[in-house]
Design a protein around this ligand. Structure first.
Ligand code: PGA
Length: 263
């Protein structure tokens, strides 16, 4: 299975930066042997210009949105629907921890968004992760460890999967992103994420069987850079990376893609 590298630009870049970044990523990936699948998720406003860049010549680089609203249309000021995104993007990030933490997205909302994306024929990059911040003491103890894995996020994942049938599971990508690792410079360890990924696969196997459990892509995100990307990508359980900060630095991002190409 080809690894997947997702670039979440969040609320960064102006138009010219977005154009330069997307063009450079596209060109560098075209030259890369065995390039991974790459998805760029710019801010909404830059989706159209970036889509134009990616459509000019055939490319492996796909486009994703950072969020979506579940209704088809109507009086929802400020929101964007799946129908609006559909001709432009292939992927949508759903339930990112910043949406949960800053904008109060609940598991019920994430459930509705996931369904709208998947049944609207787009791929959902479904983010899950423990919302608890690590304390200084945890940190000194080297936590979290595999022993800490009992975690409410698995219950949330099960709730969301309850409404997703096996026929559309090829549209689901799971991104494990613990809040203590996002934007903090303190990435998790490969072994820890690998243990989480196997726990996720057990949940998938129970509901959908072993083939789906094996074929569903599980990504890791949280302070990934070119120094630690290999630690995650070399784990057989981890199928790719969701990068925030590092995806805004073209050299860093290309190095991560290069490491993924060797997986
Ligand atoms: P980070 O963000 O790589 O900057 O930690 C990852 C994410 O939030 O998707």
């Amino acid at each position: 299975m080809k690894p997947l590298v997702v670039a979440n630009w969040k609320m960064n870049t102006d138009l010219s930066e977005a154009i330069v970044l997307a063009t450079t990523i596209k060109n560098k990936l075209a030259e890369m042997e065995n390039a991974p699948e790459v998805v760029i998720c710019p801010p909404y406003l830059w989706l159209y210009p970036v889509a134009e860049i990616l459509q000019k010549t055939p490319t492996n680089v796909k486009l994703g949105a950072q969020d979506v609203f579940w209704e088809k249309d109507g009086a929802y000021t400020g929101e964007i629907s799946v129908a609006m995104l559909k001709k432009m993007v292939d992927y949508v990030i759903v339930g990112h921890s910043e949406r949960r933490r800053i904008f109060g997205e609940t598991v019920e909302m994430i459930d509705k968004k996931s369904k709208a994306v998947i049944y609207g024929d787009l791929k959902a990059i479904l983010c899950i992760g423990e919302d608890k911040k690590m304390s200084l003491e945890d940190n000194e103890l080297g936590r979290p460890t595999e022993a800490d894995i009992e975690n409410p996020m698995f219950g949330n994942l099960q709730k969301i999967l309850n409404n997703i049938s096996i026929e559309v599971m090829d549209k689901v990508i799971i991104a494990y992103e613990p809040v203590w690792a996002i934007g903090t410079g303190k990435a998790a360890t490969g072994a820890y994420v690998s243990a989480i990924a196997s726990a996720i696969r057990k949940i998938l196997a129970k509901k959908y069987g072993r083939v789906v459990a094996k074929e569903t892509k599980i990504l890791y995100g949280g302070s990934v850079d070119s120094y630690n990307a290999g630690e995650f990508l070399h784990q057989p359980e981890i199928d790719g990376i969701l990068a925030g900060n590092a995806s805004l630095k073209v050299g860093e991002f290309i190095k991560i893609c290069q490491i993924a190409s060797e997986k």
